[in-house]
Write a protein that binds this ligand. Structure first.
Ligand SMILES: [Zn+2]
Length: 317
């Protein structure tokens, strides 16, 4: 595998083509671009298109267009044609760069390798719980649920560990298909990390989050596995993303350790909220970049707005 120069910054833009990019996404990607460029590093575009039911090809094209309109560029990605190599040989049209492929839907073998490694090390177990099972167990008031809080953040339903007893049956599975898989978290362990924007973060495994999904029943690697595997394979040194993923970072740090990867730096951006404090991403009418552009907004106007918001956020800390 090609090695980047020591200490070279490598960041990434990793959108999912499930709709048009809105203002909130745009600001996070703009921050990611700025941090990569000011570090004179590389920026990688990764198409997170694993969810075949929600991702659409027309949104992939729109992501490229909208981000370029905003003034961003990237050094590696599905739409990048590498320059000819030293001896004049081409890297191949559309190859994307040294860590291709850059679309998650084409990276299944990487995820399968990681799944196998985690299965072999006893880090994950098959889960056969139905949604109904989970709802029933969560509504039973006398069950302590391994201490998992009932109201985990909206990113993942808390899991009470029903199938942990199946840990010793994991070796019987040659592939992840037909069941879902969960990562067994070390209950009570305090996960601490330093975030580049929000500072020191602390979460308790088994309380702030529970055994999380690693592979979905519909045979798709779960978000946490895919991003951790890709960020390691693409040698990402800093991850810039939204504040809503702070807790997921704690989960992913456990996964990174279990897979023996290097830990990247993290920079979470505050989420855009409207005047009532509602997160922009939660609003059905969240303004897409396309709409703003049609209404006459210029890229420069938006970049200035983002810059101001981020500097004000800093002062409020
Ligand atoms: Zn289960």
């Amino acid at each position: 595998m090609p090695q980047p120069p020591v200490n070279q910054y490598r960041g990434r833009l990793a959108p999912s083509p499930t709709g048009f990019l809105h203002l909130g996404h745009a600001r996070t990607f703009w921050v990611a671009w700025q941090r990569a460029r000011s570090a004179q590093g590389k920026l990688i575009f990764r198409n997170e298109d694993l969810d075949y039911q929600r991702c659409k090809p027309e949104f992939v094209q729109a992501m490229y267009e909208d981000l370029r309109w905003l003034g961003l560029d990237w050094d590696e990605g599905p739409d990048i044609t590498p320059l000819p190599g030293k001896n004049g040989q081409s890297g191949g049209p559309g190859l994307g760069g040294p860590f291709a492929p850059y679309a998650q839907s084409e990276r299944r073998t990487f995820y399968l390798d990681a799944w196998r490694k985690l299965r072999n090390s006893g880090s994950i177990y098959p889960c056969t719980c139905s949604r109904k099972d989970l709802e029933r167990s969560l509504s039973a008031p006398h069950e302590p649920l391994h201490g998992a809080a009932l109201h985990e953040s909206d990113d993942e339903v808390p899991y009470p560990g029903i199938c942990r007893s199946k840990l010793n049956t994991a070796a019987q599975h040659d592939s992840p298909a037909d069941v879902s898989w969960r990562f067994k978290v070390p209950d009570g362990e305090v996960i601490i990390f330093e975030d580049g924007y929000f500072g020191r973060q602390q979460f308790i495994a088994g309380q702030d989050f529970s055994d999380f999904l690693l592979w979905r029943r519909d045979d798709i690697p779960a978000y946490h596995l895919a991003v951790v595997v890709d960020d390691a394979a693409m040698q990402i040194t800093e991850i810039v993303r939204g504040e809503d993923l702070l807790k997921s970072t704690a989960r992913q740090l456990l996964l990174i350790r279990a897979l023996g990867y290097h830990t990247p730096a993290y920079f979470h951006c505050p989420l855009l909220r409207d005047e009532n404090g509602v997160r922009l991403a939660k609003r059905h009418d969240a303004l897409s970049l396309r709409t703003l552009r049609e209404q006459g907004a210029s890229a420069e106007m938006l970049r200035n707005k983002f810059s101001l918001e981020m500097s004000q956020g800093r002062k409020l800390d």
